[in-house]
Write a protein that binds this ligand. Structure first.
Ligand code: C2G
Length: 433
């Protein structure tokens, strides 16, 4: 019996996929189809797959062409499968011409002519290409524009980089289905409201506003209008970070007693709003990042939150801030700084073990669970492509498409980040050094 194998994502199953499976089946007597898992697709940079694995498997099954369906989970699996299933022919579409010649050491490799004029990407984009405007300037605005190119389903509507030019800002909002807002912290709340009023979905740098109640009201406003308001703390959407949170919640380190997180850089990334009027500063920029693990792990009900702060006397903005938070069963020490050099690590200490995430933990690909006996230590790796912003962008698009709820950064977390900022700006429980 001649055994054939082929692989694919088979998202939004179309006649190109069907032709491919028919031709593959004709190459032998028995067809094995490998369907990619979500995590394998993310790893190879395919971020916009719309259907879950089991739905894609069902579609392949319904063709009646596959004798066996298996998940494709890791790089290098094809060689394992060829050996494990005794495969004679590996077949794949001609868009992969040459890419799998290395499998010729194991079986025959056939590239099947691709069906022209149809693809999952084109189906995804039909009539639902989201026009995306960027409001703000500085490194993140440029990075966002670059990363948007890696997420299919987005058409860039333009960038408005003149701070305070409301006419240009509103005209860009009117041309956009969704906007990314990276204005100075003091203007964000106002811009988010304007964008929502103009019917735009909004992705906003964190904090969304500098007042807890204002942020809460913006989320309610978005909900009433059927729009997505999305707090863009990109770390939350990195796989390493979300897996870390799941492990902690599952008890991997026991009960968590303390969280220590530090984010510092020598220069402010957006120096144009690093001044008193804009209310920028090390805490406004980095605060949401260091608060993220605390709110995800300890929850929102802290007992106390105090600040120790060092100010830049000319700009009258904070250069270094330490936040001390007290919870019923744990504590957090968070540090943010500009012009202060430190180890940008995250340590989560529990009763069984601790998690260590090396610098820069907010862009992490790697972390370790460390035990008393170092032989028990475990290491976790998750690749991050590009700037890592594409993952949050893909999630933003998914929420718009599915009208789903954001469990990664809920409106409650976003609102709490704003509340801490509000307390900080009002000099509540703040000492100066
Ligand atoms: N295909 C085709 N014609 C199209 C579209 C897709 O023949 N118009 C083929 C592809 O060449 C591939 C299969 O259908 O052989 C599945 O395509 P995708 O779902 O896009 O999967 P792909 O990303 O090509 O995954 O390990 C995964 C594989 O390497 C291929």
């Amino acid at each position: 019996m001649k055994k054939v194998i082929t692989y694919g994502t088979f998202d939004l199953f179309h006649h190109g996929h069907l032709n491919l499976l028919k031709r593959a089946k004709e190459l032998g007597d028995y067809l094995v189809v490998g369907v990619t898992t979500e995590s394998f697709d993310i790893n190879r940079g395919k971020l916009n797959v719309q259907q879950p694995l089991m739905e894609r498997v069902r579609q392949v099954k319904e063709t009646g062409l596959a004798d066996e369906i298996i998940p494709e989970e890791y790089e290098g699996q094809k060689i394992d499968d060829i050996q494990k299933y005794g495969i004679d022919v590996f077949a794949i579409g001609s868009d992969w011409e040459g890419a799998f010649d290395y499998l010729k050491d194991y079986c025959e490799v056939v590239y099947i002519n691709r069906t022209e004029g149809v693809s999952s990407t084109s189906i995804r984009e039909q009539g639902q290409l989201l026009s995306f405007g960027i409001i703000g300037r500085g490194t993140m605005a440029g990075k966002m524009a670059g990363e948007a190119m890696h997420v299919s389903g987005i058409r860039q509507a333009g960038i408005c980089s003149v701070p305070g030019d409301m006419a240009a800002t509103c005209s860009l909002m009117d041309k956009s289905d969704a906007v990314y807002i990276l204005a100075e912290p003091s203007r964000r709340g106002m811009l988010v409201r304007e964008a929502l009023n103009r019917g735009c979905h909004v992705m906003c740098e964190s904090p969304v506003s500098l007042e807890g109640r204002e942020t809460g009201s913006l989320y309610r406003h978005a909900e009433e209008k059927g729009l997505v308001l999305f707090d863009a703390v990109k770390t939350a959407y990195l796989r390493a970070f979300s897996r870390l949170v799941l492990l902690v919640k599952g008890g991997a380190v026991g009960s968590v007693r303390s969280i220590d997180a530090t984010c510092t850089s020598m220069q402010p990334s957006n120096s144009w709003f690093y001044n008193k009027e804009s209310k920028g500063g090390s805490m406004a920029d980095w605060g949401p990042f260091v608060l993220l693990p605390v709110f995800k792990i300890f929850g929102l009900d802290y007992r106390e939150c105090t600040f120790i702060c060092s100010m830049d006397s000319t700009k009258q903005t904070d250069m270094f801030t330490q936040v001390n938070m007290l919870y019923p069963h744990g504590t957090a020490t968070l540090r943010t700084g500009y012009g202060v050099k430190s180890e940008g690590s995250l340590v989560i200490s529990g009763t069984k073990a601790y998690i260590y995430v090396p610098s820069p933990w907010w862009r992490t690909e790697y972390f370790e669970i460390r035990y008393e006996n170092f032989n028990d230590n475990r290491r976790y790796f998750y690749k991050v492509d590009g700037e890592g912003i594409r993952y949050e962008l893909a999630e933003f698009l998914r929420l718009i498409r599915t009208k789903g709820k954001n469990f990664t950064i809920s409106s409650g977390i976003s609102q709490k980040i704003s509340s801490v900022m509000e307390q900080f700006m009002e000099n509540k429980n703040k000492s100066f050094i």
